[in-house]
Ligand binder design. Structure first.
Ligand SMILES: NC(=O)C1=CN([C@@H]2O[C@H](COP(=O)(O)OP(=O)(O)OC[C@H]3O[C@@H](n4cnc5c(N)ncnc54)[C@H](O)[C@@H]3O)[C@@H](O)[C@H]2O)C=CC1
Length: 382
């Protein structure tokens, strides 16, 4: 969930209290809850097995995690609805149908009641039924609305594959039909080599007139999708894309400056944001801090410096750990003041966390700090 907009709820509702009590109870045996949930689901509803990847290891608990996250935030309505609508739309690409939801709900409650048996009672069950009914209805409705205006997924052909370092590739694809999105957003992507395994990647450019999309992909150890994209994908290969998502987009109703932190391949959506500002013809200051571990890892510095040369309002500052002996967020503290800026962060989860702390210390209020959900990034890390 986007951290920047979730305000703490002062008084939890009675249902939220019961849900959190269940979560505390099952926390220490979360793995068992997950295995039992999927076992129930596939034994009772074998037809649902084909909606999931063949190997259920890394992303085995994604569905359950999303449901539990939603249940935990059941009181935080606007943030929750936003999250669930996105989730509902995103589920169209898996082939999820409205009739699948009751089956999942029944197995969720079956698993929770088993592992929280010490505290489970009729009231707790009723709270979970109400929460799950709300959650699934928002998802089903959002998917139905989306069905009228967008495909469940897009096919896209790889048209260029540029290996920038031994493990980073810039990949350009041509979708089979128009793909509307905003600079700063991301998509989910499935390769032909690992069916039904989807990973998130940010768009590396603002929308282009030729309709092409590009992504920066780093092959991480044991990363199925990232290794396939970097080492195996070639022009002519066909991948699938889910719908665009994410709220790390430029607010064109203000003229505040943009402070952007891009770490590693996290520079991709930052580059898209810079292009977006340039296209809108605005003259607002944009300060980009581009972090990498070594000089060699600054694989897109030439592009960023070219952009700086063409746009006087843009400053690009490379920060190399090895040379500066500090992490990217620390470098930002040495400049400023930043209190008049909107901040955008993109990169590894640890960088986002310490970057948010550094920016808040520098006087930027939380509602002006944007980044993708750290939970999603952790889940996307291969
Ligand atoms: N929208 C987004 O937020 C996007 C995020 N990513 C994520 O970015 C990451 C890129 O990974 P790599 O290229 O391997 O980056 P990396 O590990 O090489 O680090 C890049 C930069 O982040 C800083 N950094 C790393 N860990 C930090 C920590 N714990 N605290 C403070 N600073 C830290 C480093 O100083 C370095 O400047 C991946 O995890 C990927 O999922 C990639 C694209 C878009």
């Amino acid at each position: 969930m986007p951290a920047q907009r979730s305000a703490p709820t002062p008084q939890p509702s009675p249902d939220a209290v019961l849900i959190r009590r269940t979560m505390t109870e099952v926390g220490p045996v979360a793995d068992k809850v997950t295995s039992y949930f999927y076992a129930l689901l596939f034994v009772r509803h074998p037809d649902l097995r084909s909606l999931f990847p063949a190997a259920m290891d890394t992303q085995r608990d994604r569905l359950l995690k999303a449901l539990l996250t939603a249940a935990e935030h059941i009181d935080n309505t606007p943030v929750l609805v936003d999250y669930l609508q996105n989730l509902g739309r995103g589920h169209r690409k898996y082939g999820t149908r409205p009739e699948h939801y009751p089956a999942v709900g029944e197995c969720l409650i079956g698993s929770l009641s088993r592992f929280a048996s010490a505290i489970w009672d009729a009231e707790t069950e009723a709270a979970w039924v109400r929460a799950y009914t709300t959650i699934s209805q928002v998802m089903i409705d959002a998917a139905a609305v989306d069905e009228l205006r967008a495909p469940a997924w897009w096919y896209a052909e790889v048209v260029a594959h540029d290996l920038r370092t031994p493990d980073i590739a810039v990949i350009t694809v041509r979708p089979d039909q128009p793909y509307p999105f905003l600079a700063g957003q991301y998509t989910s992507l499935e390769t032909p080599w690992w069916p039904r395994i989807w990973r998130h990647y940010s768009f590396a450019s603002a929308p282009r007139s030729d309709g092409l999309l590009s992504f920066h992909v780093k092959a991480v150890p044991a990363g199925w999708v990232s290794n396939a994209l970097v080492h195996r994908a070639r022009p002519g290969d066909i991948i699938r894309l889910g719908p665009p998502a994410g709220s790390m987009t430029v607010d064109h109703t203000t003229d505040s400056g943009l402070l952007c932190l891009g770490g590693g391949t996290g520079i991709a959506p930052i580059k898209a944001l810079v292009e977006d500002v340039a296209e809108h013809g605005e003259r607002r200051p944009v300060e980009v801090f581009y972090g990498a571990r070594t000089d060699h890892d600054l694989y897109d510095i030439d592009t960023m410096l070219r952009l700086q040369q063409s746009h006087p309002w843009l400053a690009v500052r490379p920060v190399v750990d090895q040379r500066a002996h500090l992490h990217l967020p620390d470098a930002v503290r040495e400049y400023g003041p930043w209190n008049e800026y909107d901040a955008y962060l993109s990169g590894p989860p640890g960088m986002i966390r310490s970057g948010v702390d550094a920016l808040r210390e520098a006087g930027i209020p939380s509602d002006r700090i944007r980044h993708d959900s750290v939970e999603e990034l952790v889940a996307a890390g291969d």
